[in-house]
Ligand binder design. Sequence first.
Ligand code: FES
Length: 287
Amino acid sequence: MAHADGASTTAPLQAGHSAPIAAPTKEIRGFSHMVLEVQDLDRSERFYQDVIGLDHLGRGLLAEPRPHSLMKMNTGQLIVLIQHDNPVPIRPNTSSIHHAFLMTMDEYEAAQARFKAAGYDISDTREAFRARGEHSMDVFDPDGHRWQVQAFSEEQHEIIKSGQGVVDCGPFDKYRVGSVTTFGKANFFLYRSRRGFLALNRWCRHANGLLTHQPEHWRFYCAFHGATYNMEGDHIGHLPDIPNLRLHPLSINADGHVLVDTDVFIERPADTPPEYVPAPEPALAAR
Ligand code: FES
């Protein structure tokens, strides 16, 4: 396989049933180029240049016998348009095969204005499935290739207050050891372990998606890009460099009620265990 810098690797990337599977590497830096078959080169060049905003480097620049055109992103990565009388058929309006451009928010807003001026629908038909700081829209090129255009705004790392202030969760002894209770309006989880109570904020640290509790997996899960956290809020999933969940200060008052202050957020550094608030001793001993 060719790398972006032209080097090659002998490691098998796909193994048959009896072939050894190569150990995962971190050699790939990004994709070098992508080839799309199109019916009409003029039409497609106009789309990728005027609507998407790519640079047109020229035609016939590659050792490719068919008419072709080279378009460049501002990352230096290339899209090669190759004219073909019968391009690979595309299933319209499906997301099975599609491509996505990633932009800064400024670039995204500029693209929105350009798409709109060109008569494209810039609404996000899947807005309900986006994390808080995630923006996305779709455009289709003249041959029906679906392009998703994405950007992540500052909102993805904003601290979001629920506006619920101090929440009285009721008597501590109604929560059994090992239980997790979701406070939906106030957006926190109340977790009771043998060591005591924790109040974990529900906003995912990747891009502010709202987490759900998955009791069958003993974890918190974000459906937006699949982040997972253990019961103490440590990120345990596949995404790189995700901080632990934020905590809220918690106390147990003289009446034995658990109080959670949702206006205050505690950042817990990696490798620093959370501070549990123990249940009152006499009741604990009575269990
Ligand atoms: S917002 Fe991306 S995984 Fe949670």
